[in-house]
Design a protein around this ligand. Structure first.
Ligand SMILES: [Zn+2]
Length: 181
């Protein structure tokens, strides 16, 4: 139901058919949205409500996210989520990803753009994996000079200073259209 996004004031249903639920109001004729979000018309209870994007911004197990590395440590990375299944999110939810069992020195570095798959939610922390071919770094820069890098097998090489570095690259690395995967 991703197409069913409502904007504030949008008519969602007639009050003869539905009652106003969360994030909606009744103008005496129609139920209208009071916030932007996803329409939810519950035919059983006959209540229409709007799921606010904040409620949509927690990724579920199996979701593919794209985000920005906010912290890179030797055993894990923390990633601020920018897209969930291709949909932008602005709530800055973070997930963590263990990189301990990847035999690489630099799996991903600070500010790299990475794609991950959500594994589980444990004690309020969202855990993700990077260990699949399509998962990994989508965009990065040279660690030495900030220059543009190109892929060389499973490494990257700077086009400016020729520095060669490691990353766990996604098979979609270098695809500038990565948002629409
Ligand atoms: Zn460089």
């Amino acid at each position: 139901m991703s197409e069913s996004i409502a904007f504030p004031g949008d008519k969602i249903a007639s009050i003869e058919e539905f009652e106003a639920g969360y994030n909606t109001f009744d103008d005496g004729d129609m139920v209208r949205a009071s916030t932007v979000g996803e329409k939810n018309l519950d035919k059983t209870s006959r209540i229409v409500s709007i799921k606010h994007p904040k409620m949509l911004s927690i990724p579920q197990v199996g979701d593919i996210i794209i985000g920005t590395v906010a912290a890179a440590m030797s055993s894990m990375i923390a990633v601020t989520i920018d897209y969930i299944n291709g949909k932008p999110t602005t709530s800055k939810v973070e997930c963590v990803c263990s990189i301990r069992n990847l035999r690489k020195k630099n799996v991903a570095l600070l500010n790299d753009i990475v794609t991950l798959k959500i594994l589980n939610h444990l004690n309020g922390t969202i855990h993700a994996t990077i260990d699949e071919p399509n998962l990994g770094v989508l965009f990065t820069k040279c660690r030495k000079c900030g220059g543009k890098v190109v892929q060389m097998r499973d490494a990257i090489k700077c086009t400016e200073c020729s520095w060669i570095d490691e990353r766990k690259l996604s098979t979609n690395f270098g695809n500038s259209d990565f948002v629409h995967l």
